[in-house]
Structure formats: C-alpha cells, structure tokens
Design a protein around this ligand. Structure first.
Ligand code: NAP
Length: 299
C-alpha cells in the first residue's frame, strides 16, 4: 500500500476538542451554553443508536442535549408543534429530526418546519440555497466533515479536478458546492454518467457517495489522488457468523495502491458527521448571540 490512510476518528476527536474549548469559553465569558435538540419519531433500532451517540457526544463537549422521543404514529401536527416549540426556545441552538421518519410523514415538510438558523443538519432549502449562492448558512454535516479532512490533507485545492460520485441533496450536491468554493473544477457524476471509470480517473480529488459496496476500483483512481469514501454498506461478516461488516464504495486495497491518500471504512468519514453536527450547533449558537464563530469549523 502506498496511500496515506486518513484517520477520521482521530480528526473527529480534534474537532470535538475544538468544539469543547469553544463551549467552555462561551460559558465562562458569556454564560451561554449551546443546546442541541434531537427529535426521534418511532423506534427504529439504528436511529436509536445514532441518537444515543449524538446525545453522549453532545454532553461530552459540554453542550445541553434535549431529546424528544415521539411515538411512530405521531401526527404531522403534533410533530410540528414540538418543532415550533424548539424553534422558539432560546436554550436550543440546533434542531435535528432523525431520519428516516415513518412513511406518513414527509421529510421535506419536516425539514422545512425547522428554523433555518437552527437547521444544524443543513438540509433546508434555505441552507442549500445559501450554500449554492456562496452565502453564509449551515452546511450539511457529512460534506462539511469531508471538506475538513480534505483541507487538512491538501491545504489549497485551487485548480484541482474534483469528482463527486452521487448527487443526493444530503451529500453529493452540497459536497460539489463546497469543492467549487475551494476553487476546484467539479464534476458531479451519478447513475446516468457515461464512462464513470474514465471520469473518476481524471480526479485529483475523488469523493464516492453512492451506497454500492466497492464499486470504485483501484484502476479508476488517478495516481496520487485523494480519495474520500462516504459509502456505507453493511454485509454479513465473512468470518464471524452473526456479525456484520461495513464496506465503503471504494475497493480499499486496490485504491490504496494508487491513491496518495484515502479514507478507510469504517474510521474515515463516518466519525466526522456527529463531530460536525456539534460544530454546527456551536456555530449556530454564536450566530444567534452575535459572537465570533470558532475558526476552522465552518465552510
Ligand atoms: P442516495 O441518496 O441513495 O444517492 C446515491 C447517489 O448515487 C445517487 O445520486 C445515484 O444516482 C448515485 N448512483 C447510484 N448508483 C450509481 C452508479 N452505478 N454509478 C454512479 N452513481 C450511482 O445516497 P446518499 O444519501 O447520498 O448516500 C450515499 C452513501 O453514503 C450511502 O452508502 C450512505 O450510507 C453513505 N452516507 C454516509 C454518511 C456518513 O458517513 N455519516 C452520511 C451520508 C451518507 P442517481 O441520482 O442518478 O440515482
């Protein structure tokens, strides 16, 4: 293997440390405690694990954590009443509703109900529009985390060819916008892209967010490229019966022979998402109070 393996777990720890320091300063200098509210509808086991991890990490960095667990059959009206209350609560600076929500609820309407200034998931049309216009908003957590890893790895990205595979509102589109802001020449590829391997081979920065295990082969990677693997596919563990294993969108062993640097799965992009959620909450808190934002934690 020739590539540097980018340690997202270690980097996420550093981000949480920066958040924690800023939270301590906000408390000491201004008597303000940033607060994050998480709304969970129903009892999806995976969502419960994510929400518990978010709660634990929120408390660990010294922020206030508010959890609202609602029954799976909650009406839109009842859910919106909870969101409206959180929108109006000055102790709450960030709100996220854990997705997926049950089928009778429309995720777009749920996101639209959250005050854009508290939309720490960065999923609202307002925040997507602000990003696309190059204005200040809140940026979706996983692309923000990838940007931080890339800045740390590459520094100035001006003029680099960047290819993002995947065009979801959650990841691919905001990632493309962030790379454009870094002055990359950006291609966003998707399921209709012709000659995907050729397109990927042009990339100095290759970001894969598709959800198809090991789709990106080693010979799709330009020598020396920086490869960010966002994909997560859970498969039965080949050696441990009853256990599962995570695979990324990139064939790690093959790509690591060619790339300059690469994120592993797990331990690459994944840990950055909650760290950036905490970073966005502290940023939202500073903006709400007209205070200086922490450096290096925003786009
Ligand atoms: P998504 O909404 O399903 O989008 C997948 C994208 O991949 C679509 O744009 C789709 O193209 C494209 N695609 C599908 N098959 C393709 C193919 N054969 N060739 C090229 N492009 C193809 O998924 P997402 O929410 O963006 O997530 C993508 C992956 O990232 C998933 O594995 C997800 O679990 C992971 N993820 C991880 C984190 C994290 O680490 N915290 C966060 C977010 C997402 P079309 O638009 O043409 O259909």
């Amino acid at each position: 293997m020739t590539a540097t393996v980018i340690d997202g777990k270690e980097f996420a720890g550093r981000v949480r440390g920066q958040v924690s320091d800023h939270v301590a300063r906000l408390k000491a200098d201004h008597g303000i405690t940033p607060g994050l509210a998480v709304v969970l509808v129903g009892e999806d086991p995976a969502s419960e694990v994510y929400v518990a991890a978010k709660h634990r990490q929120t408390v660990e960095v010294g922020m206030a954590s508010f959890e609202h667990k609602l029954p799976a059959d909650v009406s839109e009206e009842e859910l919106f009443a909870v969101i409206d209350k959180l929108n109006a609560d000055p102790a709450v600076h960030g709100i996220l509703c854990q997705f997926p929500v049950p089928d009778h609820l429309d995720e777009r309407r749920v996101v639209a109900r959250i005050d854009p200034a508290k939309d720490v998931d960065g999923l609202s049309v307002t925040n997507a529009g602000l990003l696309a216009s190059g204005e200040t908003g809140l940026v979706s957590c996983t692309p923000l985390g990838c940007l931080m890893l890339l800045r740390d790895q590459l520094g100035d990205m001006s003029g680099m060819d960047a290819v993002v595979v995947g065009r979801s509102n959650l990841f691919g589109k905001p990632m493309g916008q962030l790379l454009l802001q870094e002055n990359c020449t950006v291609t966003i590829a998707h399921s209709r892209t012709r000659d995907l391997a050729d397109v990927c081979r042009r990339a100095d920065i290759l970001v894969a967010a598709v959800g198809r295990a090991e789709m990106v082969q080693g010979d799709w990677v330009k020598p020396g490229a920086t490869v960010i693997d966002v994909g997560i596919t859970r498969i039965p563990h080949p050696d441990k019966p009853g256990k599962s294993k995570l695979l990324g969108d990139v064939h790690f062993a093959g790509a690591a022979e060619v790339a300059g640097a690469i994120t592993p799965v797990p331990g690459g992009v994944g840990p950055m998402t909650i760290a950036c959620l905490l970073a966005n909450t502290v940023t939202a808190c500073c903006r709400a109070h007209g205070l200086a934002e922490p450096e290096g934690l925003t786009a």
